[in-house]
Design a protein around this ligand. Structure first.
Ligand code: ZN
Length: 406
């Protein structure tokens, strides 16, 4: 048996297993002068240091040096596997073009599609690996990665296989999502339903499931992408094939997709900039996790989602980077936590819960990760800062002194 005891912890944030909402969301339990025991990669005990169990000779002691211990961060919404970059559009937007204008003029996602189709699986792995390694340095121990820039059988499989290889190669868990309905590729221009027929082919979906390439299916329901009926058809068919629904909803306009996805049993509804009371009520009646992506609002200079309203409605809000080449290139999840504080009026502790327990719930893993709880996987961070408030407050400073994965 291997065991490690982390001692000298100024603040242990004992985030409970997700989904976390209500008073616990705002005030997760904090143990001061704490210790944490890990046995065989699992959290075995936590409490006051003076009460720590006596260890055998085989145990290793890790000195937290008066720092803070929190669960490893979980980035539950990324497009980290992509080809090339789109800084030209970044400049076009500064000069007045809108995201939707660029998309409708054939740019945006379609530029990324062109570049991804030219790349090999090896190219995709080589480009994504350093991005993921940087994200890990900022405390991310699990991340989700979507396809969606291939938009053909061959190119979607190429992307999903690159994601699987990165999961196998790196000491982080990477969960794949099939985003076959991200936008309509040029060869299906004006024929969205024919495109969906193609991408919902039974044998193709079966290949994704059989090779273990994705657990989730995702659709971009928006003007210039897929309408509500098309989004519903995509998610229902994928669900039948064994892929759990997720959705990009209410990002640029209000489409009603959040309500549709909640009724369909989606595990998460992501973006939510334009949700209304009806959508919030639908989320309350479902187990669908609302995922808010303030990095996009920061990057595009657009209004953020009403996270405070969602939290005050008792919903277990999660946060993620949405790392992608068009609408948010922010890699560090702690920077998103700082944005959640300043732009969404979430407290640092709320932002932490949103990036751990609730993000785990958005990936169907709340019983294993995202919490400091006995029996949970020992994915923990030691911060060289005395509390979580300081971590969010020191914007863009990397407070992660050590990451323990499993
Ligand atoms: Zn996204």
């Amino acid at each position: 048996m291997s065991s490690q005891l982390i001692t000298n912890i100024a603040q242990l944030v004992a985030v409970p297993p997700g989904p976390v909402s209500g008073d616990t969301f705002s005030h997760p339990p904090i143990i001061e002068s704490a210790a944490l025991l890990i046995e065989n990669g699992t959290i075995a005990w936590l409490g006051k240091q003076q009460d720590a169990p006596t260890l055998t000779d085989a145990a290793e002691t890790i000195d937290a040096k008066g720092g803070t211990v929190v669960p490893g961060l979980i980035d539950c919404h990324t497009h980290v596997v992509h080809a090339g970059s789109r800084e030209n559009e970044f400049v076009q937007r500064i000069q007045g073009a809108s995201y939707i204008e660029i998309l409708e003029a054939g740019g945006g996602i379609k530029n990324s599609v062109r570049m991804l189709r030219e790349a090999t699986e090896d190219d995709l792995v080589a480009q994504a690996r350093p991005r993921i390694e940087r994200m890990m340095q900022w405390g991310v121990t699990t991340l989700e990665a979507k396809s969606g820039y291939g938009l053909s059988h061959e190119d979607e499989l190429k992307t999903l296989r690159a994601i699987k290889r990165l999961n196998d190669d790196l000491s982080i868990e990477i969960v794949g999502t099939y985003l076959g309905a991200h936008t309509i590729p040029p060869e299906f221009d004006g024929k969205p339903d024919a495109y969906l027929d193609r991408m919902l082919d039974r044998d193709f979906l079966q290949t994704i499931v059989d090779e273990g390439l994705a657990e989730f299916a995702d659709v971009f329901c928006e003007r210039g992408a897929f309408n509500l009926d098309q989004a519903r058809r995509f998610l229902e068919t994928c669900k039948d094939a064994g892929l759990t629904p997720k959705i990009h909803s209410e990002q640029i306009t209000r489409t009603g997709a959040t309500k549709m996805a909640a009724q369909l049993g989606a595990i998460s509804a992501d973006h939510l900039e334009f949700v209304n009371d009806e959508d919030i009520a639908a989320l309350q009646q479902s187990g669908t996790i609302p995922v808010v992506l303030p990095g996009c609002s920061f990057f595009l200079g657009s209004p953020p989602a009403p996270a405070r309203r969602l939290i005050d409605a008792g919903l277990p809000v999660a946060l993620a980077t949405d790392l992608n080449p068009g609408s948010c290139t922010v890699e560090p999840l702690p920077l998103i936590m700082s944005m959640a504080c300043t732009m969404l009026k979430m407290t640092p502790l709320e932002a932490l819960v949103a990036c751990t327990a609730n993000a785990a719930a958005a990936l169907g893993r709340a019983d294993k990760i995202g919490a400091i709880a006995v029996g949970h996987r020992a994915d923990v961070l030691i911060l060289d800062m005395p509390n979580v408030n300081q971590w969010a407050y020191r914007v863009g400073v990397n407070g992660v002194a050590r990451t323990i994965k499993n």
